[in-house]
Design a protein around this ligand. Structure first.
Ligand code: GAR
Length: 210
């Protein structure tokens, strides 16, 4: 079984979706550690309830990003993790950290990348008058929200939507897309290379698969 470490900062509903998928046999892997940079992240409660070891590394107690990253990396590497999953982890990671996990670190972002990198994605999609929006699971590289795309899930945007309703709709798709992406890696169907992402030995388009 692949050994998975999940990094969170908040509610952890994506973490929960991955826990549920493991428990129902949809992901052939095990979460060996959950790490939060916030002590009050509800995801820590979810992890503890599932019997998963938790750690909190408060970034505010560090004088540099590199020092924080070094301690997070130490915890991850002590678990002999195969895969690092960013699930609502709201810290930018240093280039050195990202390089160390090249090809084995995934992030989920609440937009159809390359659109709307960064924050306030739902608000920006509404403001632009987009009629579709969604989420993307991608490999993490040094370019923020810029690594190769694995899976996108698309939702419609209606004229009745506000930020909250759109966020809710995207969230429900995140909970489907992320477990799928994690299982593709756990079952060795996905390969990361300099040429791009291979799924079952076929090169995916730049947009990943939808
Ligand atoms: C998710 O919507 C995820 O896409 C987003 O944070 C939320 C976490 O929710 N991630 C980012 O914005 C990364 N820049 P959760 O804690 O309930 O899983």
């Amino acid at each position: 079984l692949k050994r998975i470490v999940v990094l969170i900062s908040g509610s952890g509903s994506n973490l929960q979706a991955i826990i549920d998928a493991i428990n129902s046999g949809r992901i052939h892997g095990q979460i060996v550690q959950v790490i939060s940079n916030k002590a009050d992240a509800y995801g820590l409660v979810r992890a503890a309830t599932a019997g998963i070891p938790t750690a909190c590394i408060d970034h505010k107690t560090y004088s540099s990003r590199e020092a924080f990253d070094a301690d997070v990396r130490q915890i991850i590497d002590d678990t002999e993790a195969d895969l690092v999953i960013l699930a609502g982890f709201m810290r930018i990671l240093s280039a050195e950290f990202v390089k160390h996990y090249s090809g084995r670190m995934l992030n989920i972002h609440p937009s159809l990348l390359p659109k709307y990198k960064g924050l306030h994605t739902h608000q920006r999609a509404l403001k632009a008058g987009d009629n579709e929006h969604g989420c993307t699971v991608h490999f993490v590289t040094e370019e923020l929200d810029g690594g190769p795309l694995l899976i996108q899930a698309v939702v419609p945007v209606t004229s009745a939507d506000d930020e909250e309703s759109l966020q809710r709709r995207v969230h429900t798709r995140e909970h489907i897309a992320y477990p799928l992406a994690v299982e593709l890696i756990c079952s060795n169907r996905v390969k990361f290379s300099t040429k791009g992402i291979y799924l079952d030995d076929k090169l995916l388009p730049d947009s990943g698969f939808r």
